[in-house]
Every structure is written in structure tokens, then in C-alpha cells.
Design a protein around this ligand. Sequence first.
Ligand SMILES: *Cc1c(COP(=O)(O)O)cnc(C)c1O
Length: 870
Amino acid sequence: MKALRRFTVRAHLPERLAALGPLSTNLRWSWHAETQDLFRRLDAELWERVRFDPVQMLSDIAPSRLDELADDTAFLIALDQAAAGLEDYLTRPRWYQEQRDGAGRHPAIDLGGGVAYFSMEFGVSEVLPNYSGGLGILAGDHLKAASDLGLPLVGVGLLYRSGYFRQGLTADGWQTEHYPPHDPQGQPLRVLTERGDDPSSPPVLVHVALAGGRILRARVWIAQVGRVPLLLLDSDIPENDADLRRVTDRLYGGDQDHRIKQEILAGVGGVRAVRAYSRAYSRPDPSVFHMNEGHAGFLGLERIRELVDAEGLDFDEALAAVRAATVFTTHTPVPAGIDRFPMDLVRHYFGGHDGGNDSTLLPGVTLDRVVALGKESDPHVFNMAHMGLRLAERANGVSKLHGIVSRDMFNGLWPGFDADEVPIGSVTNGVHAPTWAAPEWFDLARRVAGPELVEEARGWEKLDELAAGEIWEMRHTLRRTLVHEVRRRVRASWLDRGATEAELGWTDSVFDENVLTVGFARRVPTYKRLTLMLRDPERLERMLLDEERPLQLVVAGKSHPADDAGKALIQQIVRFADRHEVRHRIVFLPDYDMSMARYLYWGCDVWLNNPLRPLEACGTSGMKSALNGGLNLSIRDGWWDEMYDGENGWAIPTADGVTDEPRRDDLEAGAMYELLEHSVLPRFYDRDGDGIPERWVEMVRHTLRDLGPKVLASRMVHDYTVGFYGPAASAAARVDADGHAGAREVAAFVRRVESAWPAIAVTEVDGSGLPDTPEIGARLTLTATVRLGDLGVGDVRVQGVVGRAGQDEELTDVVTVDMTHTGSGDGGEIFTADIDLPISGSVGYTVRVLPHHRLLAADADLGLVTAAVG
Ligand SMILES: *Cc1c(COP(=O)(O)O)cnc(C)c1O
């Protein structure tokens, strides 16, 4: 027996049923159908009533029923199996252990003390409503996949008393917001205490010094996500005054002052919570810190403070150590989407009480250094993304296209470099299959491909063995399930909007299980264009009501409470959908969340997405649909730009160059209607003799087989591990060895290079060997003389840059080749290279110098470069 844990839900379980405790509080149940089935067996009707929430279930179930089950041999066998299954899941070596121990494909990967993953929201399950949308769900999927892969990872965020908001509608279709408080005692959470699972140990209280001598305190809750602990800080405790208790009241509510307090708690307090967790459970401190978006960026400042305070490093040395170990992921493709604070607010919280430069919040750190980390073009603004990029040696966007957009958007931080050299990579988001694929698919997959497909995402090609009829039958089943859920929700929504039961008979025949079902569900910022489908309302209506080949459309999404323009878009849809003529074929379902989303991904035949390209950084809902055999009909933006292959769905042509937005909307809406009318609908309704739409089913099969393995969160976490966590962990180990000798060396290097750089010059460039009309492969011998001032040859990299010379002397299609030091001359050091031309025709070349240090990830890192002039 393991030591007693402080589960808040222990209720009144008979001893023999004690295993239900961990089975209900470890959120693994939320993606494990067998465990859900076990809870259903407790009381099927109650299971429906508590909306599939095991903790609620155990609190509501009749004690007499529990006594009965404690004597039910068949149930006890199932219970013991489930408990053993969980124990096995939690302890068996998994993918990461294989790599680390040398048995896998990436034996070099050692994450040391593991990864701390910070995010302002986590959408793990609807029973822990701590998310607003895609960012949070992604973070939840990240934790689950990390758990499945056995990654040593701990999540860090805030516990919001009211989460985001619950959405309702007025009779007139206007969004209303409710903030029902959630009692952590009724959630799958336990309190972090100073000595881990020792029940007599006092709870950990994290302290953060705010301006004006106030101390913000927070309790730390732990949600167990499979093998991964998620630490959630909660300020709603008696030790805080009423004002500070409200710091963690809501997600994305309140003004900038509220917001910065939340981010200080998440970042600075979050690191302190991680330390307390490591102490309590005698775990090693994490080696890598991952900021999921800039919101938690203050974590880097706290880690600098720790190093200054405890290790005696100066700010620059601490910064070098922190940067090596930090990964930053940006999620927005627009400057307006970036988290920014008024500089005065940052001065207020990060300066001294006396108005001085020495930070009270972070003793040993000075305000001017903090300010410099977040500076941008506007001196009155502190930019959290810029700070994230300056604190992290490794950064990424969330799809290939978003990587390109991000390198362009943040090019200003690396002046002198072309956008494609900006050191921001990309990892395309993914989704957690066991959470988002219908259990029916898993049963089928297990049958045709064995457990590998489910557990290790291998064997997808076995889907070829499925008969078309089986696939079609499955799609039909899932569509039917959705139709029932739509009816239930439409009815509940009308009751909520003030209708009476007597008027709602029609809701029993809303939607039809044989009709092509299109889904559109997402948050409602303008770029997602919720109402594009209404661009030509008559045309849409004709499609909905077509006698032979109708379509039905389910729409959902929340608008930010402060965004009246978004609410007006929702109202437009609701008013359209409310009309008698169409209300059986188009519905707007209020309160889009995980519990609803699941049914939409399972049941929709087509997943529609029409953002303004390239404003969708990745998008993940279409991936979830694809995992269920849904076909995407989408603008080529985010993930779809790289994964659309002509057979796995449809690409709505974009009018990228058209700057007149209404005109662009007309063009793109027109293209969307066109595709629906001429491609999508005919393909769905063209049936063979057995009533099967063969060509449709082939697209479904192709989508499952080919997209399936690519859209997985396990692929994403794998990519992060190989491309980011692993390198960051080894970089951190290198700079931290021998009392942070490497960090000191890097800091000294940076100082030396920055002061020496103005004197660096390429004084002479000579190219020889080229014929008059160079062909591809012709050899160019490049020689350069470089003045290095106080720097040595080993401090720099000298590169020849060859490309196609344009009329304005700009080089395109460039190839960059490292040059070798071959001697010293009067004007400086001599470097040479032989370059085989990659192009023909009008060739141009130049030579440039960059700082180079073996402990820095990229030569562009410092943003310094000097090229030959003239
Ligand atoms: C997946 C998901 C999202 C994000 O979808 P996008 O395609 O990124 O807009 C938002 N909300 C819920 C409930 C989801 O499941």
C-alpha cells in the first residue's frame, strides 16, 4: 500500500472500495474509457446526472449502494483490474525511459531533472474548468501526452475560482456570462504540503511580495494528470486580504493590474511552487523551463533571482544560465495578440518600495534590467513575448507557417538578420487521441490493429483492412450520437432562454442522422470569421433546405466578455438559426467547452474553418475532427497549410493579396459555397448499391490513416523533446557545471563581444574563379580580410553569402558557407572558402562576421552581425 494521500475526496468509501479514490482523482480516467465504464457501473443513472464526473459521483452516491458493491464479486474483480491498470500505467517504463536508458532511437536524450511547463490555462477535463480555449486545451493535451510518453514533466499554472465563464443566451440571442464558483474540495485536487504525502504536514504557502509592502500568498493544489503532476496556485485563502483573494478569481477577467498580479503569481510564485514540490517529494529540480506563451514569463526573473541570491552569480551570468534552460513558445501571429503591460505597472511591481531600482519582489535583481528584458519599440510598453524571447535560448511557433510568420514578426529583435535566420523554430501542435477520438474508434482500432495503434500510435496502415461499410457504419453511429446531443442541448438552451416545455416539441426532430453534418466551433475573435457562412444567407439557406442533398450546420463558440463585436456576430448566427424555416438544420449551441466539443468532433462529417490567413497560428479542432474521420474544409492556414494533401479534405482558396476585407470575405465565402455545392455535398450523397458513399469513405480512410499519426500530441511532445527539451537540458548541464563556470564564461563572452563589436569590419572581399556566365556548380573562391579588434579568431564565425543578385543589390536564394581562417595580413585576419554555386546567372556575394560561442545555441543569438560594405 502506498502512503496516504491528501485526496480531498475520500468520502465514505468502504475499505474494499478504497481504490476508487485514486481512480477518481487521477485524471487519467478522463482519457481511459475502461475506467469511465467502471464508474458507470457504480450507478448508470447517477453517472449521467453528474455529467461523468467521478469525484462528484463518489460524493453523491448512496452509501447503501457502495456497501452493495463492496460485496459484488464481479465488480470487485473489475475494480482490482482497473486499480492494477492504473498502477501499471504510472510505473511501467515508457518511451522516455527507453531513450534515456539507451534502448530507443534517441539514446542521447536525458532531460536531467525534467521539464517544468508553465501555462496560464490548462484544459485537462471539463471537471477542472481551468481554460478558455485552444491554448488551454493544448496545454492539457501536452501534459497527457507527456504522461503517456513517460516524460518527467510538471505543469504549473493558476487555479481559477470561476474558471472562464459559462455562456448563455438571451431570448434575443445576446451572449450572457455566468461565473459559477468551483469548490476545489469537489475537484480532483489535493493540497501540496511541505512533506508530500505525509498527512500531518502543513500546507505549502507560496509568498510573493507585491508593491506597497503587501504579501500575496497562495496555496498550491495538485491535479494528477496520469504520471504528471499539475501544480495550481490559488490565492483564495484566508491568509490574504479580500482584494488579494481575488487574484485568482477568473481567467482573462479584470484589468491590467489584475492581470499582472496573476502573471506574477504564475511566474514568480510558480517557480516557488515547483521548488516546494521538489522538496516535498524529494524530486530533482527541473532542468528545463517551458513557457507556453509569454504570460508566465516572469518565471525567468525569479530563476535569475535564485541564482543571484543563492549562487552568487551576477545578473548577466544568471541570465546566461536561465536562457540555456528555457524554451519559449509563441502562439500568436499578430502583434495585437501579444501580452503587453504599461511600463509604469512593471515599474510599480518590480521596483523598490522606496521607488528605487532594487526590486523588492526579486531581491538582488534591479528594475532597469527587468525593464530592458521586456522593451519594445514603444518605450511605455512592456512586451511579454519579447521578454520570453530574451529569456529563452530556444523558441518556436506552433505550425510551419506560424514559424515563418513569427520569424518575420520578431525579426526586429535580431536586426541585421533576414527573417529566415531568426532563431525561432516551429513545432506543429497536436491533439491527445485518447481524449478526442471516440471510444468506438479505439475499439475498432484495437480489433484491426492491436493495442499498438492506441498506445504507441503505430499500425495506422492497418486501417486499409477495414471494409468501407464498417467505416461508414462508424461515421453513421457517431453522427447519430451527435444528433441526440444536439437535441438535448437545443432544448436546454431554449428553456434557459425562457421558452416553456410545451413549445419545444419541435426540438425532438432537430437535425437528421442521415444528413451531411458540418461543424464550426471556436472562440469568436474577428479573425476566425464566425459569420463568413452568412455572407450570402440565401445561398446557405438553399443548401440547408435542399430536398435531395441537404446539409446541417452546428455552430458554437464563446466571445470574450469584453468583446461586443464578437457577441454581435454570435447574435447574427443565433437570429439566423432561430427562424422556423431553418431551425431544424442549423443550430447555435451555447457554452462551447470540452464536454460539448467532444460530440462535435466525433459526429461532424465536415469540420469548417475559415480564418483570415495567416492569423490562425495552428488550430487544433480540425485535428480532433480528423482523428474521428471528419474531413476538413478549411482555409490553408495554421496546421492545414502543411497537412492538406488534396485528398484529406478541401482547401478553401484564400484571397491573401486582397486588402479590401469585405471583398476578400466575398471571394472566400464564394469559394467555400462553391466547394460545398460542387464537391462536398455530391461526394457525400453519391452512394453505391449498398448505400455507401465510396469516394467519401476513401477520403475518411485516407484521413485517419495518413493524418492520424501526424496530428497527435504524442508526436508534438516527441518533437519538443528531441528538438527543444533535450538540447536545452544538455545546454543547461553544460553552463551549470563546475559552479556555473559555463554561464560565467558566456556572460563574459557577451560583454566582450558587445564592447568589441563596433570595431569589427570586413575590410576586403575578393571572389575569383567564376566564368563570365556562371553555371550551377561553378566554383567560386572567396577570400576576405576581417578586422577583429579585441576579439580572437575563435570568437567569431566568418561566412560567405552567395545568392542571386537582384537589381537593388539584394541577394535572394542565398547559400551561406563557413569560411576558414587561413592566415593574417596587414588589414586583419584572412578567411577563405570554396563555394560551388547553387545557382546560375547573375551571382552576387558578400562576407559577414557573427559572434560564435560553443555554449550558445545559435550564432544569430546575440543579434550581432557585420557584413562587408560596398
Ligand atoms: C480544441 C478546442 C479548441 C481550440 O480549437 P481551435 O481549432 O484552435 O480554435 C477550443 N475549445 C475547445 C473546447 C476545444 O476542444
